[in-house]
Ligand binder design. Structure first.
Ligand SMILES: [Zn+2]
Ligand SMILES: [Zn+2]
Length: 56
């Protein structure tokens, strides 16, 4: 079982690549945004699970 924090916020796949990044939401700072390397390359949008902030 993989914790939700270890899944890409954009596509939902479990993180495995070291290219993935994790940072706190720029708006509410209380939720983590996690993105895999693939979504970084594609500049996929992410949505904060807490406040709904959408960012590139
Ligand atoms: Zn992803
Ligand atoms: Zn937020």
């Amino acid at each position: 079982m993989i914790p939700i924090e270890d899944r890409c916020t954009s596509c939902g796949i479990p993180l495995q690549a070291e290219k993935s990044v994790k940072f706190s939401c720029p708006r509410c700072s209380s939720h983590y945004i996690v993105r895999c390397g693939q979504c970084r390359d594609q500049s996929a949008k992410y949505t904060c699970p807490g406040c709904g902030f959408v960012g590139p």
